[in-house]
Design a protein around this ligand. Structure first.
Ligand code: SF4
Ligand code: SF4
Length: 366
């Protein structure tokens, strides 16, 4: 397992988390959760499809509660015998949160989430009708440790970020949505990338939902790229995006969980997702996506990382400036050999980028 740090909360979070939409009820669900923790997963999203999921979590993880972190959603309705429903009703949300805590056998929530707001008026209502106040009061009381929010739309995400109340954002990211294909492909590719960069600059971590576009990317028949991507390619794509801390992948069986965990043993070739380049949208064409398909660089430059730090630094992320300066090999080592330009499937003029990056950092005082 690999871990990343949420800069605002200092939490250490596994890059592979677990979504719960497909978690089976009963003993099989318990076995999957126990195996997930054994595999190093410590981050769980609780926007479940069925209320039974909370009972399963209580059975499986109450004994290791201190080692795991939960995203609990204020606006997702659960209760005995109920399937998931969305609401902005404050009384129903209070009752649902109380019920979830009891089933989870816990008295605290690691990340209390403003749940799934995709319309501007829903965010206004959430603030006016007392739900946000309820969430923030629970934070003041220590019941909720940190606040997060979930949305599918960059516009609403930016409105919530403006309030600076959240330490984590749950957002739908995959190659299909970023390339304008699929149900939740909201915002242009540039707008979406700017959102990830803004989160990074603010230190807000991103946990990712729908990494496989609801399975669309995993099939030759439904992938917009004409060929299926593997789960590992999809995970690598998401983990290359700025500010991403953890991917909430679903596991409906132990075999699926073991396949996800196989990511950490996979080779660079098995993770390489450059086949998506054939459909790069116009506004993203020529932009580095940090995939490192152009490696190896004869000067030993980590081309993807150098480009990521540069983009983040220009977006106002001061930490990225420091990270760049501490790299062992930077853009000034580029020999202009042209290997990356020939290899880049996204048509990035990386030779020019290296010159630009070197000049930009040289022009800033250390
Ligand atoms: S230059 Fe191209 S191949 Fe290299 S990291 Fe960037 S996008 Fe990937
Ligand atoms: S042009 Fe520069 S960055 Fe690209 S492969 Fe050659 S040395 Fe590496």
């Amino acid at each position: 397992m690999e871990y990343r740090i949420n800069r605002r909360t200092n939490d250490t979070i596994s890059v592979l988390g677990l979504g719960t939409g497909s978690l089976p009820a009963g003993d099989e669900g318990v076995r999957i959760l126990e195996a997930a923790v054994e595999g190093g997963i410590n981050y769980f999203d609780l926007a479940a499809a069925e209320s039974t999921t909370f009972t399963t979590f209580g059975r499986a993880l109450a004994g290791v509660r201190g080692k795991v972190r939960y995203q609990v959603h204020f606006g997702a309705l659960y209760g005995p015998g109920k399937s998931y429903a969305w609401t902005l009703n404050p009384d129903k949300i209070r009752a649902s949160v109380d019920w979830q805590l009891a089933e989870l056998k816990t008295d605290y929530i690691d990340y209390g989430f403003i749940h799934c707001l995709d319309e501007e008026q829903d965010w206004q209502k959430y603030q006016k009708n007392g739900v946000l106040r309820y969430l923030l009061d629970l934070k003041d009381q220590g019941v909720v440790h940190h606040v997060g929010f979930s949305t599918h739309t960059p516009k609403v995400a930016n409105l919530i970020l403006d309030e600076d109340v959240a330490d984590m954002m749950l957002f739908s990211i995959n190659a299909a949505y970023d390339y304008q294909h699929g149900e939740f492909a909201h915002g242009s590719g540039s707008e979406r990338m700017a959102l990830y960069q803004r989160c990074s600059a603010m230190g807000v971590g991103i946990s990712v939902m729908k990494p496989f576009s609801g399975g669309q990317l995993l099939s030759d028949k439904t992938s917009p790229f004409g060929r299926a991507l593997s789960t590992w390619q999809c995970l690598q794509y998401v983990l290359d995006k700025p500010a991403v801390l953890s991917v909430m992948a679903g596991a409906g069986s132990l075999a699926q969980l073991h396949n996800l965990l196989g990511f950490f043993e996979a080779s660079a070739e098995e993770r390489d997702y450059s086949l998506i380049a054939s459909l790069t949208p116009g506004d993203l064409l020529g932009r580095c996506v940090y995939c490192n398909h152009c490696q190896p660089c004869p000067a030993d430059i980590d081309v993807g990382l150098v480009n990521k730090y540069y983009d983040l630094a220009r977006a106002g992320d001061e930490l990225a400036v420091d990270h760049y300066r501490t790299l062992g090999v930077r853009a000034d080592s580029c020999m202009q050999c042209g290997h990356c330009n020939m290899r880049c499937p996204f048509h990035t003029d990386q030779m020019a980028r290296m010159r630009e990056i070197e000049a930009w950092f040289a022009s800033r005082k250390a």
